[in-house]
Design a protein around this ligand. Structure first.
Ligand SMILES: Nc1ncnc2c1ncn2[C@@H]1O[C@H](COP(=O)(O)OP(=O)(O)OP(=O)(O)O)[C@@H](O)[C@H]1O
Ligand SMILES: Cc1cn([C@H]2C[C@H](O)[C@@H](COP(=O)(O)O)O2)c(=O)[nH]c1=O
Length: 191
């Protein structure tokens, strides 16, 4: 089974992935961007927010996704549980709000990068404005987080739209609950 955890920055994805890793010790734990050798370099580039062109930024994430498919997803999808921090849904959502690439192109290019291989289920950890602003205030912000809470809340809505466009089952979870309650909700939905 291939599942992914989605949510805007600070929603609690890494925290939940760590909890799920304890419950599924044989699972392949992965992430986008940055799970492969090439991906680590792409991650550094995109998080520095140096790309002036939104198309260039989108294509860098897409290159990371294609490499991730070849190096991590395809070798494991038939035999292992795969749990990924983010997925193509982030790719479409972060691009959607810039409105520079047509929706059909976003879907088509992701189909191309992933050979139409998508997670079976995706969990969206949904944050309130207050909790997002609190969590952002507690950390050093990267180039994308510096775009602010309104931008990130727009992405949160775009994640729901992106899942529909990609035809992926999205299960929305209140991310302001305790860490343990969220993990239990995810486990209930996996089983
Ligand atoms: N359910 C929760 N309740 C309160 N705080 C939480 C909860 N889950 C995570 N946190 C805290 O919120 C912060 C962000 O969590 P985490 O790093 O897991 O988010 P993330 O979605 O992986 O973020 P990013 O996308 O920026 O890497 C951390 O300080 C973490 O301890
Ligand atoms: C996969 C993907 C990610 N992004 C953005 C989302 C975040 O701001 C960063 C990744 O940082 P994290 O600490 O790993 O959450 O990149 C994006 O814009 N497009 C994508 O396809």
């Amino acid at each position: 089974m291939y599942i992914a955890i989605e949510g805007i920055d600070t929603a609690g994805k890494s925290t939940q992935i760590a909890a799920l890793e304890n419950r599924f010790p044989d699972a392949v734990i992965t992430k986008e961007p940055g799970a492969t050798e090439l991906g680590k370099e792409i991650r550094e580039l995109v998080l520095s927010a140096r790309a002036k062109s939104k198309k260039a930024e989108f294509l860098l994430f897409l290159a990371d996704r294609a490499e991730h498919l070849k190096e991590v997803i395809e070798p494991n999808i038939d035999t292992k549980m795969i749990i990924s921090d983010r997925s193509a849904i982030s790719g479409v959502a972060y691009a959607l709000i810039h409105n520079e690439i047509a929706q059909e192109e976003l879907v088509h290019l992701n189909n191309f990068a992933t050979n139409n291989t998508y997670p079976e289920k995706v969990f969206l950890l949904q944050l309130t404005k207050e909790e997002l602003e609190f969590r952002l205030s507690q950390k050093e912000l990267d180039g994308i987080e510096l775009r602010g809470s309104e931008y990130l809340l727009g992405i949160q809505n775009a994640i729901i739209k992106a899942a529909k466009l990609l035809n992926i089952e999205l299960i929305t979870i209140d991310a302001t609950q305790s860490i343990e309650s969220i993990t239990e909700e995810i486990l209930t939905n996996i089983n």
